[in-house]
Design a protein around this ligand. Sequence first.
Ligand code: GLN
Length: 549
Amino acid sequence: MTSYVFITGGVVSSLGKGITSACLGAILEARGLTISMIKLDPYINVDPGTMSPFQHGEVFVTHDGTETDLDLGHYERFVRTATGGRHSNYTTGRIYESVIGKERRGDYLGATVQVIPHITDEIKQSIKKGAGNADICLVEIGGTVGDIESLPFLEAIRQMGIELGHDHVVYVHLTLVPFIPTSSEIKTKPTQHSVKELRSIGIQPDILVCRSEQPLPLEQRKKIALFTNVQEKAVISAYDADDLYKIPAMMHEQGLDGIVAKQLGLDLPEADLSEWEAIVEAKQNPTSEVNVAMVGKYMDLKDSYISLVEALMHGGIHTRTRVNIHFIESRDIEQQGTDRLRTMDGIVVPGGFGDRGIEGKIETVRFARENGIPYLGICLGMQVAVIEVARNLAGLEGAMSTEFNKKTPHPVVALITEWQTESGNIEQRDEQSEMGGTMRLGAQEISLKEGTLAATSYGKTTIEERHRHRYEVNNNYRDQLEKTGLRFSGLSVDDLVEVIEIPNHPWFLASQFHPEFTSNPRDGHPLFIGFITAVRKHHEGQLPKVAEA
Ligand code: GLN
């Protein structure tokens, strides 16, 4: 029978509840348990797919193509068998959608449908579905205790505690313990109030994880324990870490996994954290340091590209390279030119939607291609590379994606429905391309051509990677583009372009899929390891500075 660890948050948001949950998952897994992880999001959107990155950061895509909260990315990076895709992320909107669907079908047999029990029952069923057969399911509840929206979720997890018993349910509450510099004091009051709030809805936390700048002194931990009715040893100090990957060890040293195991009556082997220690060791002892430019939109909001940033770091871990990422707005490239890219050892253009800064991205590709700087393009970063090659090498003046210019004379990237029409008449499809075309989502099989950079990087010719996009390289232009030396090294089973590369460039590869969603710190990812290796070589002057024609 699966046991549950419920993780709530208090005082303020953005305390790193997702990372804390993921790290707890990692240390429990390191003790031989199988883990599943669920995120419950109290907002009303059915999923985060339509939300602006400004509001919500990255949309993480799971294997089955579900657009989920970015915390699922943390789970998959920290825990091997963490998420079951669509059953691992539920929002209020999705819960209500399901309940209203049942009500319309008459499933409730004429009953008045209410928050308690119908919504809470739906939440409980969803949690159980997402838990699968894991030994322990960790369930993180988004938002902050005291929010109106989170109440049904908290009520549901309260009920599960009663139904399953204290030996099958653990409540962890994450709070903030601020330090007030003017009086040099550590303040426990917000934590006390947050627990009071939680207890007022019937949940007594078993464990408190207290976020603070510095390790919490024993005296403060004692005080918090006393005022919150939590055992002293279960007041864990999660102080700011200079490295994310130190957190599992930090929590283990304070006995977090032991407290969970004891409450659940589990007799477990010692935690094997050697993989996490190896990661920290590699990060702390780099043998080289490189500068990588990431040229895109939303550059002041790092959360928008969190999986990509992490994947580049993983590439660094596995090559013992310190990777400094420079976030550059592509609009700035448009206005100020490519000069600031000169000092870069590698260039990445990430995925994106919308035309803002698109010409800056195209110019960035040109700069990387002409100067022999390692280039990694992801999704939109591949599409702009195709546009750049079309314009500047294939002589297709005005080439563009129909996402940005529906009237382009050379729609080298377009919706499939657009480029498959005999007439090639794009205008007649205007309406559909406004918002539409269906999104290609989730993991799909890709064949890599033998001997290509892609195939040698992966060490195999059949791979699976995740997608999230609408537009595709227009197959009608493939011959013309290939004549320039561009190589289509990866194709989907239905003959869509998945990977491009330029063989006479030191390292130029771009993918229609998102490799960053499957990268994790322990294994790294072949494309990111390959890219950072090339970036290092460029830095060390081992690559030709200018691509040979
Ligand atoms: N906007 C492009 C498309 O929809 C690329 C999407 C992306 O980069 N994720 O095809």
